[in-house]
Ligand binder design. Structure first.
Ligand code: SF4
Ligand code: SF4
Length: 130
């Protein structure tokens, strides 16, 4: 019994570690199609609020747009709170105009509130005319 245990120790002592020293080692990859950060492309979003209504985690708040957009008569857009989100992607599936941009970005540990607002607002930088 003891000998077999010693054999097991010797076998494993020279073996490469099965775990990664995260976050020191950053060579992490995720499976293709993994659900990561997502945000609404405001050049497509019509402000219908369907995604916010359907979100099971109540992680989406509708906020006022900083500028008027012809295709968004209510003048609101969805902001995802990644701290509440469970990444079910129901919002992505339910959006009638396929406005959500999806990514495989999963590293979200932060001391500040992490939300999708800036990513969505950056989609307006190409400049849609009011
Ligand atoms: S992925 Fe799911 S939990 Fe996250 S915002 Fe969308 S609907 Fe809500
Ligand atoms: S469901 Fe789509 S179009 Fe409607 S508010 Fe959400 S992102 Fe915008």
């Amino acid at each position: 019994m003891r000998l077999s245990l010693l054999g097991e120790v010797l076998k494993n002592i020279t073996r490469r570690a099965s775990t990664i020293k995260y976050p020191v080692a950053r060579e992490l990859t995720v499976a293709p199609g993994s659900r990561g950060r997502h945000y609404a492309d405001l050049t497509k979003c019509t402000g219908c609020s369907l995604c916010a209504i359907d979100c099971p985690a109540n992680a989406i708040a509708m906020e006022k747009l900083p500028q008027p957009l012809k295709h968004n008569p209510r003048g609101v857009f969805p902001v995802v709170d990644y701290g509440k989100c469970v990444f079910c992607y129901q919002c992505v599936f339910v959006c009638p105009v396929k406005a959500y941009v999806t990514t495989e970005v999963f590293e979200m540990a932060d001391y500040s509130t992490d939300v999708s607002r800036d990513s969505s607002l950056s989609t307006l930088q190409s400049g849609e005319s009011p």
